[in-house]
Design a protein around this ligand. Structure first.
Ligand SMILES: NC(=O)c1ccc[n+]([C@@H]2O[C@H](COP(=O)([O-])OP(=O)(O)OC[C@H]3O[C@@H](n4cnc5c(N)ncnc54)[C@H](OP(=O)(O)O)[C@@H]3O)[C@@H](O)[C@H]2O)c1
Length: 331
C-alpha cells in the first residue's frame, strides 16, 4: 500500500468512526404503544383521523373524540378494519371539548373506565377562520381560543397528574406553522396556536423529570376537510403568502406526528420548508438531541437573513394587493 492510499484509508476510517459515534449519540429509542390506550381528539377527520389510523396499525387501543356522531361512527368503522390484534379496542366518544373542564373530565373518566388508563393523548381538535384582526368577529376570535387552546388544555390537564404519577405518558399538542410566525389574515388563529406553544414548552419543563414527553406538532397547509373550510375565509394576501408552500397529505402528517411523538421529539414537522422555519424559530424550546442542536448552532445566523428576505417578500405581496384593491375601488 503506497503512502497516498494509506492517507485515504485513514481519512475514511476517521469519517466512519465519527459517523458511527454521531449515529449512536443521536439515535433515540422509540416508545411502544402496542396494547396501550391512545386518545385522539379530533380523531374523526383530517390529521387526527390519520394519526388514529397510525396508532391502530401499531396495535394501540384507540379512542377517537369529536362532536359529530355520524362522522365518529364512520371513522370508527374505518379504524376497526385496520385492527392488528384480536382484542384491540376501538371506541369513540362524542363531546364538545370546549364546553367545560368538568364535562371533559367526566367524559375522559368514563372512557378510562371502559378502555383503560390513557398512555398517549393526541390533541388534534382544532379549527381556523381567517381574516385580518378587525375583520374577524370577536365571537370567532373567542371561538378559536376555545377550540384550539381550551379544547387542548382540558384533556391535557386531565391526563397530566395521572401520567406524572405513573411516570410515563406521551402528549401531542397540534399547533401549526402559525404558532411560529404571525401571518397576514391568521391573527386570531395564530394567537390561539402561539398559546399552545407556550403550553407545550411549559409542560415539557414541568414533566420531563416525571418521564412524560410532549410533542408540539407544527403542520403546514394539509389537505383536510378543515383546510377546505378555512380556505373559504382566506383573504387574497393570505392565499398568496401561504399558497407557495404546497399542500401536504394528511396521512403523511398524521403518521409523522405519531412517530415523532414516539421518538420523544419536541417539534414534529414534515418537509424541508417546515423544518427550516422550526429551526429559525427554535428560541428556548427544549433540547431535541445533539444533531439538531449542532445544526441549529451553525444555521441560525444564515437563516435569520433568509427569514428577513421572506418577510420583505410578504410585505411586497401585501403592498401589491393593497394597490390592486385601491385601483378596483377607484374604477
Ligand atoms: N389542515 C391544515 O392545513 C392544518 C394546518 C396546521 C394545523 N392544523 C391543525 O391540525 C388540527 C386538525 O386539523 P384538520 O385540518 O385535520 O381539521 P378537520 O379535518 O376539520 O378535523 C378537526 C377535528 O376536530 C374535531 N373538533 C372540532 N371542534 C371540536 C370540539 N369543539 N370538540 C371536539 N372535537 C372538535 C372535528 O370533529 P367535529 O366537528 O365533529 O367535532 C374533527 O374531528 C387542528 O388543530 C388544526 O388547527 C391543520
Amino acid at each position: 500500500m503506497d503512502h497516498q492510499t494509506e492517507i485515504i484509508f485513514t481519512i475514511l476510517g476517521i469519517l466512519f468512526i465519527h459517523g458511527l459515534i454521531f449515529y449512536l449519540v443521536s439515535r433515540k429509542s422509540r416508545a411502544n404503544i402496542r396494547g396501550k390506550h391512545v386518545i385522539v381528539t379530533g380523531g374523526s377527520s383530517g390529521i387526527g383521523l390519520w394519526a388514529a389510523i397510525e396508532c391502530v396499525k401499531l396495535g394501540a387501543n384507540v379512542t377517537i373524540v369529536a362532536r359529530n356522531v355520524k362522522q365518529l361512527e364512520k371513522s370508527k368503522e374505518q379504524l376497526l378494519a385496520l385492527k392488528i390484534r384480536e382484542d384491540q379496542k376501538i371506541e369513540y366518544r362524542s363531546i364538545d371539548l370546549c364546553s367545560s373542564y368538568g364535562a371533559v373530565e367526566k367524559a375522559f373518566q368514563e372512557i378510562e373506565e371502559t378502555v383503560g388508563s390513557i398512555y398517549m393523548l393526541v390533541n388534534c381538535a382544532g379549527m381556523a377562520i381567517c381574516g385580518t384582526i378587525e375583520d374577524t368577529s370577536i365571537e370567532d376570535t373567542k371561538l378559536m381560543m376555545d377550540v384550539n387552546y381550551f379544547a387542548t388544555l382540558y384533556p391535557t390537564r386531565f391526563v397530566l397528574p395521572k401520567m406524572k404519577a405513573t411516570k410515563e405518558g406521551i402528549i401531542v399538542i397540534t399547533a401549526s406553522q402559525a404558532a411560529l410566525v404571525g401571518l397576514y389574515g391568521y391573527g386570531a388563529y395564530a394567537a390561539s396556536k402561539f398559546a399552545l406553544r407556550g403550553l407545550a414548552e411549559t409542560i415539557a419543563m414541568e414533566t420531563k423529570h416525571h418521564g412524560v414527553s410532549v410533542t408540539l406538532a407544527l403542520p403546514a397547509d394539509t389537505d383536510t376537510p378543515g383546510f377546505e373550510r378555512e380556505n373559504k375565509t382566506k383573504p387574497e394576501e393570505t392565499k398568496i403568502i401561504s399558497g407557495s408552500g404546497g399542500l401536504a397529505k394528511p396521512e403523511e402528517v398524521g403518521r409523522k406526528i405519531v412517530h415523532d411523538a414516539l421518538k420523544g421529539s419536541f417539534f414534529s414537522v414534515l418537509g424541508l420548508e417546515s423544518w427550516v422555519l422550526s429551526t429559525l424559530c427554535v428560541g428556548m424550546s427544549p433540547w431535541s438531541g445533539p444533531v439538531l442542536c449542532i445544526l441549529q448552532f451553525y444555521l441560525l445566523g444564515p437563516l435569520r437573513l433568509i427569514g428577513l428576505l421572506i418577510q420583505w417578500n410578504f410585505q411586497r405581496i401585501i403592498r401589491n394587493c393593497a394597490k390592486e384593491k385601491e385601483r378596483s375601488t377607484d374604477k
